[in-house]
Design a protein around this ligand. Structure first.
Ligand code: ASP
Length: 331
């Protein structure tokens, strides 16, 4: 029953471990997605006291199966829901493996400052001490609070509130899997109270140049990992396959191995833009004097998977290297 004193939250399901079950309560790895978003909600009846909820299943997969067209579909759905003046916020349930990619995509393409909270779980719903139910409760609580607005897309797991721009999965299996190494979490939810400590400075949501309304596909961008004794052949393959951009998960502070420089020159000849990111996982990649000579963009503090998201959106607007560098500097 609709309660006019409670916020109106739309709960969008996309799958992931939060929607998965295994054959026994002690199995934490071999599970599959079996639950729809409405069953996740039914399993936490306490949520009814937080908000009026409307559920919608956008798709129901593990997050490593998410494609660009699914991202576009999700962004369109979130924007449509938030354009409704009766809706106060959106919660998206999602697998944790690529959660940071979807969160950053929405952070750049949602055209509203109402709260958007992405939530997942590290343990399937069938597990002893499953973390999904409390994460979901906290996500709905957060999405219904005015303090959650205006910080871009938020990520809620393990009682901590992360900013989509900064947060990244940093453990394959532990419940405390999400970190923002350089910036920290932006808040906490504990005992039914929301605490926000800081707000992210980079541009997000209504402040970006990105609008995917009506967009049917995104430019193809590959990520190529650099390492000792790397070859140039992966660059050749990527260019040949029609990539418009390549993100290099380079070593250290964006340092490039010798053959990779050859790959970058090939890419430049084929008008394929390359971004220097780092495989390290924290810190910034400083722009270097050779970037303009090689036609490179430096990724700022975006890890390779988030740099891929930004490069796809940037290439949808322009092919100008300096303009794209300005997106990396400000988003
Ligand atoms: N395999 C899961 C996924 O969909 C992992 C998780 O959700 O924790 O990303």
């Amino acid at each position: 029953m609709h309660n006019p004193d409670l916020p109106n939250i739309v709960l969008l399901g996309t799958g992931g471990t939060i929607a998965a079950t295994a054959d026994s309560a002690t199995i934490l790895a071999d599970y599959s997605v079996t639950q729809g978003v409405d069953s996740l909600l039914t399993a936490v009846p306490e949520i009814a006291s937080l908000a009026n909820i409307r559920c919608r299943q956008v798709f129901n997969v593990e997050s490593h199966a998410i494609t660009n067209s699914m991202l576009l579909k999700l962004a369109a759905r979130v924007n449509k829901e938030l354009a409704d003046s009766a809706v106060d916020g959106v919660v998206v349930t999602h697998g944790t493996d690529t959660l940071e990619e979807t969160a950053y995509f929405l952070n750049l393409t949602v055209k509203s400052s109402k709260p958007v909270v992405i939530v997942g779980a590290m343990r399937p719903g069938s597990a002893l001490s499953a973390d999904g139910p409390l994460n979901l409760y906290n996500a709905v609580l957060l999405a219904g609070r005015p303090q959650a607005a205006g910080h871009g897309v938020l990520v809620m797991l393990n009682d901590k509130v992360g900013a989509a721009r900064f947060i990244s999965k940093a453990s394959t299996s532990q419940v405390d899997a999400f970190r923002s190494y350089d910036q920290g979490h932006i808040g906490q939810v504990h005992n039914g109270r929301v605490h926000i400590f800081q707000t992210p400075a980079p541009l997000h949501t209504t402040g970006t140049d990105f609008n995917v309304a009506g967009v049917k596909s995104l430019p193809w961008v590959d990520i190529i990992y650099d390492h000792q004794n790397a070859g140039a052949h992966l660059y050749e393959a990527s260019i040949h396959a029609g990539a418009r951009g390549i993100v290099i998960a380079a070593t250290g502070n964006g340092s490039l191995s010798p053959q990779v420089r050859k790959g970058i020159k090939m890419a430049a000849r084929g008008k394929v833009l390359c971004v220097r990111s780092s495989r390290v996982g924290s810190g910034v990649v400083s722009s270097s004097a050779s970037d303009s000579k090689l036609g490179l963009i430096s990724s700022n503090s975006l890890n390779p998977q988030k740099a891929r998201i930004l490069l796809m959106l940037a290439l949808g607007n322009t092919s100008d290297r300096e303009k794209i560098q300005s997106y990396f500097d400000r988003c």
